[in-house]
Write a protein that binds this ligand. Structure first.
Ligand code: PLP
Length: 237
């Protein structure tokens, strides 16, 4: 697991360089280590190197890892698609949810969030690529969804999240991240005090930081190549 700590440092260096290149303070950017499909040992190695925020996509897998690391007081982010019959565990055990794209899911999360816990921190997922198959709310519908989420008592709307269409073209990466940033600015212009842009992964975090990312979600660059068959098996849980 030594490789994890070295790669984690390399990702921190990339974040710092990308932030400085556009005159931003690297401390404004939270690194979420996306540990989905990777073992608990890898999470422990990253935590030992100071990593606190972890992202998971599959509820059953996240539950097992949260149990196995309960001695570490880590911050858990649910970043994957959300099925309405899987909201309870997310509401009870996670700190952040990044892929809320419909009011029904937000209502369930709020209803199921235990009253004794701090509000669940929420990002709305926006479809910035225009692909009809991508999940995420259409940019034209973000205002209405934000208004609905803001009214829910046990949620706190923090910002927006996107997964752009993958491309090596930096201009195309920046254009898509720019759509998300513009959505956040529109929401704040009508009175939402949102402070979070969750965007950027292993291959495009520099473009995301240039467009204002405050949270980057990085898996492979920290933990190594993902074992795809396993990921797909877990996805069908
Ligand atoms: C898997 C995943 C990531 C991390 O992707 P990498 O390419 O491994 O960095 C980020 N965000 C979401 C929503 C993911 O599902």
């Amino acid at each position: 697991m030594e490789g994890v700590q070295q790669r984690l440092q390399a990702v921190r260096d990339r974040i710092e360089t990308a932030a400085q290149a556009v005159g931003r303070d690297p401390a404004q950017i939270t690194l979420i280590a996306v540990s989905k499909t990777f073992p608990v040992d890898a999470i422990r190695a990253a935590a030992a190197a100071g990593q606190r925020d972890f992202g998971e996509s599959y509820v059953q897998e996240a539950d097992a890892k949260i149990d196995a690391t309960s001695d570490l007081s880590l911050i858990w982010h649910h970043i994957g698609p959300i099925q309405s019959n899987k909201t309870r565990s997310i509401a009870e055990r996670c700190h952040w949810v990044h892929a809320v794209d419909r009011a029904k899911i937000a209502e369930r999360l709020s209803m199921q969030r235990p009253a004794g816990l701090a509000p669940l921190q929420i990002c709305l997922q926006v479809n910035v690529s225009g692909e009809t198959t991508k999940s995420g709310v259409d940019p034209a519908d973000v205002l209405a969804l934000a208004a609905a989420v803001t009214d829910l008592p046990h949620l706190r709307l923090r910002g927006l999240m996107a997964i752009p269409a993958p491309t090596d073209d930096v201009a195309a990466q920046r254009r898509q991240f720019g759509v998300l940033r513009a959505c956040l600015e529109r929401l704040n212009a009508v009175g939402h005090g949102l402070d979070t842009l969750s965007m950027g992964m292993s291959d495009d975090l520099e473009s995301a930081i240039a467009e204002g990312a405050t949270m980057v979600r990085v898996g492979r660059a920290i933990f190594g190549t993902r074992d795809r068959p396993r990921a797909e098996r877990v996805a069908r849980e």
